[in-house]
Design a protein around this ligand. Structure first.
Ligand SMILES: [Cu+2]
Length: 166
């Protein structure tokens, strides 16, 4: 690749990662996050994230990703859907599902996770999950961080996520 083309490609990649930074504005309200205001029909349980620290003192590689899992219960009479997630521990968050084709598991981006009325949907390993792309700090087992779930009808639900080793 000629040098000029290479430089443009690098600039393009930087711009893309800047534009993808949709995740950085989650409100930081320690101690107040777990109780949703009002009587929201959506309950969030067991939120945890995969740790990033593989070895003590290891530096966080750029482009490190992680995952958040939780259960969502829709106790209401109306269907709802998870349409987005925000947190400041990652450059961006995407909803993914894991699809197994033969021996190969692949992750596919999805627009929404439907929550039928009266049902519980579990995000778990090998299935639906929230992908944290470009983690901005080490996630150490025992840490907690804030995230905001964005529901189509219920709106924003702040949650606290516990970091676990897996
Ligand atoms: Cu994924």
């Amino acid at each position: 690749m000629p040098r000029r083309t290479l430089a443009l490609a690098v600039i393009g990649a930087l711009l893309c990662s800047l534009l993808a930074a949709g995740c950085g504005s989650a409100p930081e309200e320690p101690g107040t996050a777990q109780e949703p205001a009002g009587n929201l029909p959506i309950r969030v349980e067991g939120a945890w994230a995969q740790h990033t620290a593989l070895r003590e003192g290891q530096r966080l590689a750029s482009g490190t990703n992680s995952v958040i899992y939780f259960r969502l219960e829709n106790t209401g009479a109306e269907p709802d859907a998870l349409v987005g997630v925000q947190t400041d521990v990652a450059m961006s968050c995407k909803l993914h599902e894991t699809v197994v084709e033969g021996e190969v598991a692949r992750m596919l981006p999805i627009d929404r996770i439907d929550l039928p009325a009266g049902e519980t949907v579990e995000l778990k390993r090998g299935g639906l999950h929230v992908m944290l792309l470009g983690v901005t700090r080490h996630l150490v087992p025992g840490d907690r961080f804030q995230a905001v779930l964005i529901l189509e009808k219920a709106g924003e639900i702040p949650i606290e996520v516990e970091v676990r080793a897996g």
